[in-house]
Ligand binder design. Sequence first.
Ligand SMILES: Nc1ncnc2c1ncn2[C@@H]1O[C@H](COP(=O)(O)OP(=O)(O)OP(=O)(O)O)[C@@H](O)[C@H]1O
Ligand SMILES: Nc1ncnc2c1ncn2[C@@H]1O[C@H](COP(=O)(O)OP(=O)(O)OP(=O)(O)O)[C@@H](O)[C@H]1O
Ligand SMILES: [Mg+2]
Ligand SMILES: [Mg+2]
Lengths: 265, 265
Amino acid sequence: KTRIFTVANQKGGVGKTTSTVNLAAALAEGGLHILVIDLDPQGNASTALAIAHHQGVPDIYATLVDNTPMSDVVQAVPHTPNLWCAPATIDLAGAEIELVSMLARESRLIRAITAYEAFHTEKYGQPLDYIFIDCPPSLGLLTINALVAAREVLVPIQCEYYALEGLGQLRKTIELVSDKLNTDLKLSTMLLTMYDSRTRLAQDVVDDVKANFPVEAMQTLIPRSVRISEAPSRDMTVLGYDRSSPGSQAYIAAARELAYRAEGL
Amino acid sequence: KTRIFTVANQKGGVGKTTSTVNLAAALAEGGLHILVIDLDPQGNASTALAIAHHQGVPDIYATLVDNTPMSDVVQAVPHTPNLWCAPATIDLAGAEIELVSMLARESRLIRAITAYEAFHTEKYGQPLDYIFIDCPPSLGLLTINALVAAREVLVPIQCEYYALEGLGQLRKTIELVSDKLNTDLKLSTMLLTMYDSRTRLAQDVVDDVKANFPVEAMQTLIPRSVRISEAPSRDMTVLGYDRSSPGSQAYIAAARELAYRAEGL
Ligand SMILES: Nc1ncnc2c1ncn2[C@@H]1O[C@H](COP(=O)(O)OP(=O)(O)OP(=O)(O)O)[C@@H](O)[C@H]1O
Ligand SMILES: Nc1ncnc2c1ncn2[C@@H]1O[C@H](COP(=O)(O)OP(=O)(O)OP(=O)(O)O)[C@@H](O)[C@H]1O
Ligand SMILES: [Mg+2]
Ligand SMILES: [Mg+2]
């Protein structure tokens, strides 16, 4: 069964895009078929995967609002076998307001994904193994669509002071969606990012998260690493940019841990 | 005349809250009367200024949606003379959806600010010199309210690769607001944050921003500094936490530069 993750946290800059892109690349290396859906109007995931996403390129906005099939939007990621991406263009910035008054506004993405999964299996002779949906830093209708479409939520948590402040709100939103729109949905995974062993604060956040979320918190910590932040400027994931660096090795280990953790823990 | 800044950038984690809080504290030290309005449902600015903002505390949501006067919401910041804050509680998370169908939905904040300015001058015998509005990482109705209320926009820009990706969208939104809702509004200031001289990338972003925005870009760069990220965990601004640190000195210099730059450059 395809594992569908929504990568969400309304706190900004915590590593949602970075985690989506690097986990996807690491899993694709293992031969699994992976789709990344970019649901952030900034299009950072599309950029990091070197996918064209200037205005005019068919994108996830066209799928959500104009009912363009995802099969017309998804592009293969250059130089990375087994990895595909449905990009976001600047058009997506208008989607939240437009979706407010549309019919079935919360379930447009899940319907598009279900159709695409059948298309992918038909075309490539094997199903998608993972889908990662990269969300913007808010809990609006784009993130709601992602939560309705997914079975698991992966929450990146920056090892900084504000990290736990918004978690209550995020959990409440996930509970609301699983009550009313998607009973399968589960906050299954928390990934600690930008861990800087020089600061006491980072260790406090790690201890806090592991104490409050012993089951969901991943063992693998992602270190703060300049190579991770430089990789997108070379249109590469950190695996392609500097494979032996601590950041790349951490995402490879995290992908392996994710694969071993059973769904619906 | 009171200078009203909206601190906005829909890219997450770029230093909006950190810049709001530390610039405000530095200006207050100089004897100026400063108000910070927390418009982010996460309430990070309220936390950093040690302002109570648990559910039930009168907050900016009450002002925007229930017409509670801001004078009932604003609290003095402990241990910091001349600095006040209108906090955000978790209630604010519902505001964007609720505002969609309300009358004068874009101008609720400006009306509340105008009334509060008169109240402040009456009570303290001097007007507010600066108001900073800390925005969430999105361009929804909360940020629109802030753009309608302000005369200047201050955009923090992280010295990282994705920094320039969303700027087009932000400028477009500012132009729309200044066309239709607030002719005074001007993107007057760009502050480069988390500058890490170890990486080539940081210098590239600085050069890029200075080339594209020669007038708006501030000369002062804010360095990446652990002391800045640790300060909120002690309920202090970085000025209170470690005044002589490079981060604190940079915000003091930036506040001074901001004060010298004439409005409407
Ligand atoms: N482990 C890391 N070490 C160093 N830099 C990192 C790390 N992870 C992410 N970054 C950098 O931090 C910034 C924020 O990361 P990213 O954009 O992935 O966060 P995000 O949560 O997707 O942000 P947004 O809320 O805007 O969507 C980026 O410039 C990225 O390159
Ligand atoms: N100059 C700096 N050096 C080191 N850390 C910093 C610096 N500025 C901000 N930070 C840290 O980076 C993180 C993001 O900063 P901050 O929360 O101010 O950004 P923001 O733009 O307000 O985020 P959001 O988009 O969620 O509102 C915080 O943990 C903060 O402490
Ligand atoms: Mg992102
Ligand atoms: Mg903030």
